[in-house]
Structures are given as structure tokens and as C-alpha cells.
Design a protein around this ligand. Sequence first.
Ligand code: HEC
Length: 162
Amino acid sequence: MTEKNIVDQALKQGRSSILVGIATLFFGFIFTIQLTYYPSVFTSEGDNITTLDTVNLSLGTMDLDPAEIQDGIHLPTGMIVDDGVDVVINTCGACHSLDLVTQNRADRAGWKDIIVWMQETQKLWDLGASENVILTYLSKNYAPEDTGRRRNLEGIEWYQFN
Ligand code: HEC
């Protein structure tokens, strides 16, 4: 190799190093801008947490809004407000309307049967420590009414019988 060739070679290498450097700086710059101003590009907000996770996380931590309670009834759900109502709303409202709960009456064993039935046939999960709270709440507030007679029917549209 002549001296000129060596110098040429060195210049070429120098130039490509500079190009690589500039390219690195350029993409680094773009990346930084994106990370700073559009961080959503790098997060997976589309990934949904499953209902189950949400339910378990929020178990018992929900505070009812006092403005939504009237005469001891939580208006949005129709549930009687008492100890454990938040657990019941979170747990039992996860799959179906809470009307299914408020329309039923049973003693503690009866409610336990309903829960076991849902666990065996409707994929209701093991309620763990919540079960006791839920059963106490339900058997106290949605116990069989033994007034000797069913309540009067209300709000029924009767057929005209011609
Ligand atoms: C994993 C989902 C799920 C959860 C959570 C759940 N249920 Fe249910 N439940 C069902 C399904 C499904 C049915 C049947 C609905 C239907 O027949 O339309 C049902 C039906 C019912 C019924 C009606 C039973 C009957 O005789 O027809 C009652 C009462 C009830 N659930 C109470 C509860 C209570 C109380 C809780 C909370 C401890 C609860 N559910 C939580 C799935 C669930």
C-alpha cells in the first residue's frame, strides 16, 4: 500500500464513522422525542385487564357515594345499604344484574346453595373470605319474608278481559 492509499483508506473510514455517528444521533433524537411527547407508542394500552382481575382488585375497596343513597337504598343498584354491600355489589354484579339478587329471598343456607350452584354451573369463582361477608349481608337483608301473605302486586298492567 502506498502512503496515498493509506490516507484514502483512513479518510473513508473516518467518513463512515461520522455517518454512523450522525445516524445514531438522529435516531436517538427521534426516539427521545417520541418517548417524551408520545409515550403511548411504547405502552400497550390496548391490552385489556380481564373483568375478573378488576373485580378482585376492587373487592371491598369501593366506597358508595352518599349522594346516591336514599332511604337506605343504593339507587344505582337498588341494594340495601348495610355492612358488606360494597363486596356484594362488586362480586355479584360482575356477571349479571343485581336485580337477580334483590328479587330473591333466602336464608343463609339458601344463599349458600345459590352460590354453590353458580360455582358448579356458572363459573363463579371461589369467594374466599368474602363469602362469609356476602352470606351475612344476604341472609340479613334478603331473608325470606314470612308475613304470611305475599305482597300486593304493584305496577302491573292487567289485560282487559272481554
Ligand atoms: C361468574 C359469574 C357470576 C357471578 C360472579 C355471580 N353470578 Fe349469580 N348467576 C350467574 C349466572 C350465569 C346466572 C344465571 C342467569 C340466568 O339464568 O339468566 C346466575 C343467577 C343468579 C341467581 C338466580 C338463580 C335462580 O334461581 O335463577 C341469583 C339469585 C344469583 N345469581 C345471585 C348471585 C349472587 C348473590 C352473587 C354474588 C355472590 C352472584 N350471583 C354472582 C353468574 C354469576
